[in-house]
Structures are given as structure tokens and as C-alpha cells.
Design a protein around this ligand. Structure first.
Ligand SMILES: [Mg+2]
Ligand SMILES: [Zn+2]
Length: 235
């Protein structure tokens, strides 16, 4: 049996050069979430709860479902991300999944807008849906006891569970930038590859704890060369 490579992508600041959650805070000119961030973070220590609250504020402003979705869809993938995804999609012995702390609805819309949804076998993120009044709701992905991760999502647990249920993968390439990507990075083996975004939190955390990650680590400028890096791994 030919062993396959699993490419695991984070979403915010990895496939888009932005954070889709903060991106939607500009959907209406009088939304003050960014301005009130300090006090809101005190009220909502969990980011997902803050985003659900923000979705309520957006609804209160009278932003329709169609307007919100159209705004989300403008948060496009950058060129090298598109190139990376296309390369994995064409590779014969590789699959791709997304593990993200954004939400399923925003990710699905952006990937569909950019014509690459079909490349991803699975998307693991916080569940989101519109209710009958067209108010968006965002929920926690799961509960867990991992000390590294935020209350709503342990990406490391998602990765471990995925690999345990799919023994066909002999190698993982994990691509990410943030604090939430540190836990899965610690679970990689010496046969895996960790691709970190240069100048972002994950790269710094790995640098400060060099022995913690067994995988071969690469630190690169995503906007400049993510696509070219991934292409070289698909050959
Ligand atoms: Mg990220
Ligand atoms: Zn964790």
C-alpha cells in the first residue's frame, strides 16, 4: 500500500493574510467591536464567545445574511496560498484538511469563492449557522482538558484523533502561524514537517522551545513563498 502525506492547514494568517473574525468586524461602519475590544475580552475570555456576541451585534445593526456572506467572501486567499492548495489538490499521494479556530461557515464560503473547496477532505472548525431570523451563531468545537489550547478547540486533539482513525498517512505536513498551532506541532513525529509563518507567534514559540517539536521545522514568509514550498513537497 502506498503511504500518503496529510497536509494540515490552519486558516487565519495561513491561507488568508488576515483574520476572518476581525475582518467581519468592519462589515458595518458603526460597529465598535474593535474599539471596545479591551472590555469585551474581559466579558468574553473565550474568543469564540466574543465572536458569537459580535454576530449578534452585526444582526442588531440590520446587516442581512447576504450582506454578511458577501463581505466574508471578499477575504480571499492570497496568491501563494492558492498555489499551495492547488499543488496539494493535484498531488497523487496527498490529502489536505483544515483545522481552524475561525468557523466552518466563513471558511466554506471563502474556499468556495476561490474555487478550491473540493481540495479539502475535511474542515475542522467551530460550527456556525444562521437561525430563522438570519442571526449567525458560532459555537465551541468541543470541550477538552488540554492546557495549551483555548477552551473551545484543541487542534492537537483533532489531529491525533484524525490520524488514529486514518492509518494510511505516513507523513504530516502542518502549516500554521499562531498560538493554537503549537499544540499540534508538539504532536508531530520526526518524520513530519512543520511549516511556520516567519515573524508570527508559532515560529517564536518553536524557537523558544527548540526540543519540544520533533518534526523538521521550516520558517518561511508565507505571502512570498508558501506555494513554492508546498509544490516542492508534492514532487
Ligand atoms: Mg492562524
Ligand atoms: Zn491542545
Amino acid at each position: 500500500m502506498i503511504k500518503r502525506t496529510l497536509f494540515v492547514f490552519d486558516f487565519d494568517h495561513t491561507l488568508i493574510d488576515n483574520n476572518v473574525d476581525t475582518w467581519i468586524m468592519s462589515v458595518h461602519p458603526t460597529l465598535t467591536v474593535q474599539k471596545d475590544m479591551h472590555s469585551l475580552r474581559k466579558r468574553y475570555p473565550c474568543w469564540t464567545d466574543l465572536m458569537d456576541h459580535t454576530a449578534g451585534l452585526i444582526h442588531d445593526k440590520g446587516v442581512s445574511k447576504a450582506e454578511l456572506i458577501s463581505h466574508v467572501r471578499q477575504a480571499k486567499l492570497y496568491e501563494q496560498a492558492h498555489k499551495a492548495i492547488t499543488a496539494v489538490g493535484k498531488a497523487r499521494h496527498a490529502d489536505a484538511i483544515i483545522v481552524s479556530d475561525a468557523n466552518t461557515l466563513f471558511i466554506e464560503h471563502i474556499l468556495t469563492e476561490c474555487g478550491v473547496r473540493q481540495v479539502f477532505k475535511d474542515i475542522f472548525s467551530n460550527p456556525a449557522h444562521f437561525d430563522s431570523t438570519d442571526r449567525l451563531h458560532i459555537q465551541h468545537y468541543h470541550s477538552h482538558s488540554c492546557p495549551h489550547c483555548s477552551a473551545n478547540l484543541c487542534k492537537g486533539q483533532v489531529l491525533t484523533d484524525y490520524l488514529n482513525s486514518r492509518p494510511a498517512y505516513s507523513k504530516v505536513v502542518y502549516v500554521g502561524d499562531g498560538k493554537g498551532d503549537y499544540c499540534p506541532a508538539l504532536r508531530l513525529s520526526d518524520n513530519d514537517v512543520l511549516v511556520c509563518r516567519k515573524g508570527y507567534t508559532l515560529a517564536g514559540m518553536i524557537q523558544d522551545n527548540e526540543q519540544s517539536c520533533k518534526a523538521k521545522t521550516m520558517v518561511i514568509d508565507f505571502v512570498e513563498s508558501l506555494g513554492d514550498t508546498i509544490i516542492s513537497m508534492c514532487l
